[in-house]
Design a binder for this molecule. Structure first.
Ligand code: GCU
Length: 596
């Protein structure tokens, strides 16, 4: 036991009020069948003059009083239902293309406890905008389809038949993040777990426990209490190592700590996780955390102080076999299992934070993770409201996964056009990410720029503020024939590592023909062969993420009989069929050349 007088007051961490590790807290899962009403005209929320209905409309949870009651905005017993978690698009054929609002309603009982406690309604994610009502009272709203949010409902609950009603709207808007044009299906709904979290009056709201930056044997972090009894003794313990620290939180409930520990470090080969206990006088949280350091040195990426090459593949949160948003451990394990089998030690979770089941499993299975916010293609760079939305999503992403050893890279953007406003926007996000979490690397997927003939320059001005450059190139597909890779070289203006964050080609599984015939497996495999040779010639390349592990639904891909609204750049089809290119990449990843 090491006693450390904690630094109180000056908290460095951004005040994101998310409850850390809600799955380890007491409470009630609200997953299951929810009544649902499609409302494309938002008649459940606005009156005919588009004024918000004062009592919340459908959110008011009004039920007809008697047989003469003509009230329309209500969920009658005959109301159809959908499964939560789950996107609505793949649950009913008529909803596949639906973009608009759907109202969700479910009831739950709540058994009050003897001691004073607090209740929070927690959502893993809702795409895209959610307005939440409890027992007819609006408790809050959230924008952003891929990060968690919660609202306190203490004092609003009764013992029987509490009604939670959520209006979820997945309509796309130019001032949204992501904006209107993306290359993935705009799955809507309550796409992740919903939980009523029940905590003591003063509880452990948030904590970070990681290796101290630049150290391999010192654990550092902070803890924050929320409640009336903020000044408490808190013990952070790693029982297996016998190491711990005891701190005193300040008036603001905050304390930092650091203590020595002898740890076997987390890595893809040895994904060691430790039970970590955070114990305050009024609350206790248990977590499973891996300890590893990640850093750069010149053009090298260092994992636990040693150079590492990121053998990766990109993954969309598209469920194998059934399509739709991934939310279950089984589906996450299938996708990450395929990546492992491919020879990967790294996955790029594109282009938005995936369900936390993915990052928890990556911790367990030993896969380093690139996690990204959907600042994608044409964002309104000059709009401060849009910047605030992006920064909020960044803070929520980092808050949720800051204790996941697998997450080594935070990405602030994908394929954004050069321009001062854009670079300023993204530089601010990168700076914010570093402030929120100084223990991880900051990156972005940039676009390649031409230099001298047959030369691609890595010179995006954003590179100045990034730790690792990401670059998406499609030589052999969008950019020339596959052989063009043979005469292409890369140069960089940065003494920083490069990760080729996308490369690839498209072919539906089973479509065969000559190497020169586009859309065939042979053409795709040929692109990969030329890519592997080209990538190995780049001296500052420290990783790659092939686009993409599995075919995924996409409204922009409508080549009949070929794409049929799927992006077919997967190395596996959406039914898990391995394409010829899969073996080209797998051979490389299992070869000594990839272990550089
Ligand atoms: C882009 C983009 C992806 C897209 C891919 C493609 O690079 O980042 O989201 O799916 O290219 O064209 O297949």
């Amino acid at each position: 036991m090491t006693l450390i007088l904690a630094l109180t007051g000056a908290s460095t961490a951004q005040q994101i009020d998310l409850i850390q590790n809600p799955s380890a807290r007491q409470g009630t899962s609200l997953n299951g069948r929810w009544q649902t009403l499609m409302d494309p005209y938002e008649a459940g929320y606005y009156d005919f003059h588009l004024n918000p209905i004062p009592d919340g409309g459908l959110g008011a949870n009004r039920v007809p009083k008697d047989k003469g009651d003509k009230y329309e905005l209500t969920f009658l017993p005959a109301t159809p239902a959908l499964q939560v978690p789950g996107d609505w698009n793949t649950q009913k054929p008529e909803l596949l293309w639906y973009e608009g609002s759907i109202w969700y309603r479910r009831e739950f009982d709540y058994a009050p406890r003897a001691t004073p406690r607090r209740q929070f309604l927690w959502f893993g994610a809702a795409n895209y905008q959610a307005v939440v009502f409890v027992n007819g009272k609006k408790v809050g709203q959230h924008e952003g389809g891929f990060t968690p949010f919660q609202f306190e409902v203490t004092g609003l609950l009764k013992e029987r038949a509490n009604a939670v009603i959520v209006k979820v709207d997945n309509q796309r808007h130019p001032d949204a993040v992501p904006p209107t044009m993306t290359d993935w299906w705009n799955y809507g709904g309550l796409t992740r777990d919903v939980k009523l979290v029940d905590v003591p009056e003063t509880f452990i709201q948030d904590y970070q426990v990681q290796l101290e930056r630049g150290s391999l044997n010192s654990v550092a972090g902070w803890v924050r209490l929320n409640g009336t009894h903020k000044r408490q003794k808190v013990v952070i313990r790693i029982p297996e190592t016998g190491s711990s620290a005891s701190v005193e939180t300040g008036e603001d409930g905050y304390a930092q700590f650091a203590f020595p520990a002898t740890l076997s470090l987390w890595s893809p080969e040895t994904p060691k996780l430790y039970e970590v206990l955070v114990e305050a006088e009024t609350d206790r949280v248990q977590d499973r955390i891996g300890f590893r350091s990640i850093a750069t040195s010149g053009t090298k990426i260092l994992l636990n102080g040693k150079p590492v090459f990121l053998r990766g593949v990109a993954i969309h949160a598209e469920a194998p076999f059934r399509s739709g948003r991934v939310f279950s451990e089984a589906e996450a394990r299938t996708l990450l299992g395929w990546a492992k089998e491919l020879g990967c030690n790294f996955v790029r979770l594109a282009h938005y934070p995936h369900d936390e089941v993915m990052t928890h499993l990556a911790d367990e299975m030993g896969l380093m993770v690139w996690s990204e916010i959907p600042v994608y293609w044409a964002v309104q760079w000059e709009n401060p409201v849009v910047y605030a939305k992006a920064e909020r999503q960044l803070a929520e992403m980092i808050s949720r996964d800051k204790n996941r050893a697998s997450v080594v890279l935070w990405s602030v953007a994908n394929e954004t056009p050069l321009g001062d406003a854009r670079t300023k926007f993204l530089s601010s996000l990168a700076t914010k990410a570093r402030e929120l979490d100084p223990t991880r690397l900051i990156t972005a997927a940039t676009l390649p720029h031409g230099g001298a003939p047959n030369t691609i320059m890595i010179d995006d001005p954003l590179g100045k503020v990034l730790d690792v450059l990401g670059c998406n190139e499609y030589i052999g597909w969008y950019d020339g024939p596959p052989e063009k890779a043979d005469r292409t070289s890369f140069q960089t203006v940065y003494d920083k590592p490069l990760v080729m964050s996308e490369f690839g080609a498209e072919a539906p599984a089973g479509n065969h023909g000559s190497e020169g015939t586009a859309w065939t497996e042979e053409y795709q495999a040929n692109v990969y062969r030329h890519q592997m040779a080209m990538l190995q010639r780049i001296p500052f390349l420290q990783g790659m993420a092939a686009w993409i592990l599995m075919d995924f639904r996409c409204p922009r891909r409508f080549l009949s009989g070929v794409q049929d609204y799927y992006n077919r750049k997967g190395l596996l089809s959406d039914r898990g069929e391995k394409k010829a290119a899969y073996y080209v990449l797998s051979d490389f990843y299992h070869s000594p050349a990839a272990a550089r």
